[in-house]
Design a binder for this molecule. Sequence first.
Ligand SMILES: [Zn+2]
Length: 465
Amino acid sequence: MIPDRLAFIDLETTGANPVRDRITEIGIVEVDGDQVTTWNSLVNPERPIPAFIQQLTGINNAMVADAPTFAEVAEALAERLQGRLFIAHNARFDYGFIKNEYQRLGQRFHADVLCTVRLSRKLFPEYPKHNLDSLIVRHHLHTGDRHRALADADLIWQFWRMLKRDRGDDALAGAIQLQLTRPTLPPHLDPVLIDDLPDSPGVYLLYGENDALLYVGKSINLRKRVLSHFAADTREYKEMRLAQEVRRIDWHETVGELGALLLESRLIKESLPIHNRRLRRASDLCAWQLREAAPGDFRPQLVSGRDADFGRSNELFGLFSSKREATNTLRKIAEAYALCPTVLGLEKPVQVGRACFAHQVGKCKGACIGKEPIGVHSARMMAALAKLKLQAWPYPGAIGVVERNDFLDEEDVHVVDGWRFLGTAKCEADIHELLSRPVDAQFDMDTYKLLKSHMTKGKLAIRQF
Ligand SMILES: [Zn+2]
């Protein structure tokens, strides 16, 4: 069935960020059965409108100077939208803006939301584009002032009528139903969460009884990821248990993926959530370091994070989460390259001056008895270890790895020194604060790997301080 109380809505704003930007105009086409009324109001955004937005919408600072603020239209708007299906093109944008404006006033706004982009995609899957300009051409819609709120709201209303004519009520009702079917949340969670979760990258935290931290996860789309934990069709026992235990969800938005990964890694290590896989303890972290015993004679020596500054030392090979893992790896390398286990310190010599057991079975080239010159053995060992070589921190000091979202004009600066993550800064003052604090972050393997892979991709700007 098609609901009969509808509101076709379009907004103009000062930008694309629903948290930071503000509404400059609201246009609504209200439909009750056969009765159609329109409502339109400029809104004073209480901040300047950027020049390119003024150009796009034709709404300039002078026009909104005497317009009511959102607070002044909030009550009338709520009455108009009350009990109506909220229909907009790319509805999460408009709905997000309205929700945030009410939130600034300390109020909650909620509506059933229908997105006409998704409707178009569903009913016209043969077309690749579903933006408003494409719909105008495709369906011969009559345009008024493009990029003014009421004119664009009217376009969506025209599109709706065309859908009814062209596809019929049943197809339209089916497509609407599909969108309005809400994802299921566990019984203990507030259903409003479904609206509040942002579609942005970030880290989420699931809490259980007594606010015990159950799980920390990250995603480039928080909303999708969190809801996927609770999808009704999940058959995984672990997910089912999590869904039953969860009582509260919290999250931190980030600009990009690296920020989410770094924060997730830090939160898991700091707070050891019940359902996260136990991560390696940083204190057991070790690596092989080459020491020159005599000229040209290099021997591997196991060093831990306490003995060496992993971030800055050269000639380190690893990393390993335990002494055992380090020893096993070196043993495998020795076998693969016919290196001598006694020279490497993996085995004690059977008897001084006698060949090791590996040499007796042809698996050591005889460095233990001088058959292979020790310098040659050292060189082969270095070549064999090369793949495990840790990259020494390539900067003289701390740097900022900059993650930007040009669309939202936002950036996170991840402050890093010696591969250690000091924190994420949003402004110059944050950076200063992070740099002036004593460094207590430990070198850890996950952060090293994350940073190294993201920094070598070369897509992120680096700032040196
Ligand atoms: Zn040997």
